[in-house]
Design a protein around this ligand. Structure first.
Ligand code: DC
Length: 233
């Protein structure tokens, strides 16, 4: 294989997949696409419209009607990219606790998954891409050239989250963060429609003792191995 055109990077919340995927895409000069922002944008939209997150029918209708765009330009305020929901900048709003608390439920609805998966496949068909998410290797792009599943212990991810909050001068409660991570993992793992699990042919990379540079280095090694014809999983 000359170059892997589609690279799927999946993993649980806080596994470092978004940062690592963005850095790998930059190094390869590929498009980086984070599928999680789409589920977050739908969740933001239903909350904004006062729709009950438990109402699968209404939530699905919103997902089917919503236009989500992810664009490179935007204010220089630390964002990786700009997320637009029906033209409105929701880049930071989709990271708010209310979205965080409801996104697992919203992403468990089959119609929501169908419409977003379809859009993600169209994005991947447009050119070489590093796509990050939960089910990219298993459902969205099962034919991806390279599939990686990042893992890290819940404790390590809670420490990383605390570090981020400290840098943002926000209050830190390690125990509460750890409990939230464990609960969310459970919901995502047990999601009956599209559970967060590695594809059979995914490379599983444990990032507990690796910093971001080391993770990106490991990913680049896998890409090189694939280019030189070595089997990587
Ligand atoms: O990766 P993230 O934390 O931004 O994902 C937000 C939520 O969206 C998470 O609860 C799982 C869901 N999600 C999903 O079900 N499928 C994806 N491909 C990406 C995210």
């Amino acid at each position: 294989m000359s170059k892997p055109a589609t690279i799927a990077i999946d993993g649980f919340a806080g596994s470092g997949k978004s940062t690592a995927a963005a850095r790998l895409a930059e190094a390869l000069d590929y498009l980086y696409f984070d599928t999680g922002v789409m589920y977050r944008a739908v969740t933001w939209a239903i909350l904004e419209q006062g729709i009950d997150p438990g109402d699968a029918e209404q939530v699905s209708r919103v997902a089917e009607a919503l236009t989500i765009d992810v664009v490179a330009n935007g204010p220089d305020d630390g964002r990786q990219f700009t997320v637009l929901a029906d033209g409105q900048d929701v880049t930071w709003a989709i990271r708010e606790p209310a979205v965080e608390a409801n996104v697992s439920l919203v992403s468990s609805y089959p119609r929501v998954r169908i419409v977003l998966t379809d859009q993600q496949r169209r994005i991947a068909a447009a050119g070489p891409v590093v796509m990050a998410g939960r089910d990219v290797g298993t459902v969205v792009l099962p034919q991806a050239d390279l599939k990686i599943f990042l893992v890290a212990s819940a404790e390590e991810r809670a420490h990383r989250r605390c570090k981020q909050l400290k840098e943002q001068h926000k209050p830190i409660d390690y125990d509460r963060i750890l409990t939230a991570i464990i609960e969310r993992d459970k919901k995502d793992r047990e999601n009956p429609v599209s559970p967060t699990i590695p594809a059979e042919d995914a490379v599983i990379l444990n990032t507990d003792n690796l910093n971001v540079d080391e993770v990106v280095g490991e990913l680049q090694t896998l890409v090189k191995q694939l280019r030189s014809g070595l089997k990587v999983a």
